[in-house]
Write a protein that binds this ligand. Structure first.
Ligand SMILES: [Zn+2]
Length: 550
């Protein structure tokens, strides 16, 4: 009897001990487990891998559900229910701060005429009765009358009120007389940075003059800026973005991003590019690149020319619809080379906006004077839109990165042929051909010029259609990217273009736990269903920053 009692006590103690150990104590603690998932490394669906354990913001282990869940437990678990986990989507060329600050401006992108613009501004004025009227996103190419507007009606409707309206590409600005006065500008006379109509100044400034106007707009308060940045972050996560670019900032703007990230207000990874100025060089171009887990400041952004829409892109021969205009080179070869020299010595990246074939040729030649075949500098040409036939090979020869925006092709297709003529347009938006030169390329949106959604980038890259599905056969379809290449261009290649491929861009043990979870497999979903894809979760640093409502 005593023996039986002892045996019973022994057994119950044993079962208590094993019971304790069989739950959590036998397993290691992770922070997050995503299970029952189809996991997409950029190359393929990883066979046998449908579970991810995350710890301290990094991918701790990958394996089958059984493997991972027998080894780890976590306070947070996500049942992906057979849906698709991709490496977090990255926008390789965007203007995050501009997007955030622009959230307080009147949205003119929906206007289909200049009258529409005026109607939007009247409503905006009612909601914002004081101060300047600032709007962005107008595009005369979307209007019935496809010509630049002038400021006469602005002066009458809003007398004495500074009104500043940026064109969709930011390379042209319409300003009221009061805004021109408040910015301390005078009519520039005959200039290639001002638009005249029948000899009269229209109130439209181009290129460098647009910055002078924008710089005169009173800044919002620190609290307002913080709210705008937080809202912009939320919108990016909602679109599935985990990392973005801020292409061209001053020191104070970069330090603001850094402080808001450190305060947890911005949960996006940001590749911040310096504007080319002495203040930035003195502060950021030290012996090493400034690099936190969320911020990298290792590149200088330069503008070589303007944009095609406003005929500021610098072409080798005149615009087909505006001869003898050939556009504007805003940085000379000598100026660019001087910056390249500094960057080359200090190990910094140069990312130059170049759209026209003349600007692109100038940049390719300037870069190639510094780059050696064995270098891995990853100097980039942003947009690389119109490339002369003889210049494609220079991208390959000097490992110069063509940084493209797939939605530009489908947004510009209506009028790009008019600007360039039938022959030159064949070498425009030639993304697949550029990819073949360099072997890889990053893809972005240039938001707020385009929508922030990376799925639209993916769709435009593979289908070469606008969101309405036009043209039915795709625009110059030979330059579409394969789905696999399109995915890489917004994940691992985008990371590589920012020198962060060892930290993120693919789902591998040790890398950042940044994921975008979708309800469809975008690698096989029929093309016309791609834009119906839903973002289910956006996860940054192992934390859920967006979750779709059921
Ligand atoms: Zn840009």
């Amino acid at each position: 009897m005593i023996k039986t009692l002892k045996a019973l006590i022994f057994l119950s103690v044993l079962s208590l001990i094993t019971g304790l150990f069989s739950c959590h104590d036998m397993k290691k603690k992770a922070d997050l487990i995503i299970y029952n998932a189809k996991i997409y490394t950029p190359d393929s669906v990883a066979a046998g891998v449908n579970c991810i354990a995350v710890k301290n913001g990094k991918i701790l282990q990958l394996g089958s559900d059984a493997e991972i869940r027998s080894r780890y437990w976590a306070p947070e678990n996500i049942n992906a229910s057979g849906t698709f986990v991709y490496p977090g989507f990255t926008d390789a060329h965007s203007h995050f701060t501009g997007f955030a600050l622009g959230l307080r401006y009147a949205d003119l992108s929906v206007a289909t005429s200049f009258n529409d613009v005026l109607e939007i501004l009247k409503v905006y004025r009612k909601q914002h009765p004081n101060g300047w009227i600032v709007g962005r996103g107008w595009d005369q190419n979307k209007w019935d009358e496809k010509i630049f507007p002038d400021n006469r009606q602005l002066n009458t409707l809003f007398p004495g009120v500074p009104v500043v309206l940026s064109r969709v590409d930011g390379h042209a600005v319409l300003a009221s007389e009061a805004a021109i006065k408040a910015a301390g500008l005078v009519f520039p006379g005959k200039s290639n940075e001002a638009v005249l109509h029948n000899g009269e100044f229209t109130g439209i400034f181009l290129e460098g003059m647009t910055d002078k106007l924008r710089n005169a707009i009173p800044l919002p308060s620190v609290n307002e800026i913080t709210d705008l940045m937080t809202e912009a972050t939320r919108l990016c996560h909602e679109a599935g973005l985990t990392a973005v670019t801020d292409a061209g900032l001053n020191k104070s703007e970069i330090l603001l991003l850094d402080s808001l990230q450190k305060a947890g207000k911005i949960s996006l990874r940001i590749d911040a590019w310096m504007n080319p100025n002495e203040e930035n060089y003195a502060y950021f171009m030290k012996d090493t690149v400034y690099h936190t887990p969320f911020l990298r400041v290792g590149a200088i952004k330069i503008y070589a020319d303007g944009a095609l829409g406003s005929r500021g892109a610098c072409l080798l021969s005149p615009y087909a619809d505006d001869a003898p205009n050939q556009g504007i080179l805003v940085t000379s070869s000598a100026e660019l080379s001087a910056i390249c020299l500094q960057a080359y010595k200090k190990g910094f990246q140069i990312n130059t906006h170049a759209i026209g074939d003349s600007a692109i040729r100038m940049v390719l030649h300037a870069y190639s004077n510094f780059l050696k075949p064995e270098d891995d500098r990853r100097w980039r040409i942003e947009h690389a839109q119109v490339v002369n036939e003889n210049d494609f090979k220079l991208f390959a020869q000097y490992h110069i990165i063509p940084s493209v925006q797939a939605t530009h092709a489908t947004s510009d297709m209506e009028w790009a042929g008019n600007r360039l003529g039938p022959d030159r347009v064949k070498n425009a938006y030639a993304y697949n051909r550029l990819l073949q030169q360099n072997g890889w390329l990053p893809n972005g949106t240039d938001f707020p010029i385009e929508s922030i959604e990376p799925l639209k980038t993916f769709y435009a890259a593979v289908a070469r259609k606008n969101p309405s599905g036009n043209p039915p056969d795709g625009y110059m379809k030979e330059n579409a990217l394969s789905r696999s290449d399109a995915l890489k261009s917004i994940t691992c290649w985008a990371a590589k273009a920012s020198f962060t491929e060892n930290e993120r861009g693919s789902i591998e043990v040790g890398k950042d736990a940044d994921f975008t979870i979708l309800n469809t497999n975008i690698m096989v979903t029929p093309e016309d269903k791609l834009l119906k894809t839903k973002i289910l979760y956006t996860i940054v640093n192992g934390k859920t920053v967006y979750k779709a409502k059921k």
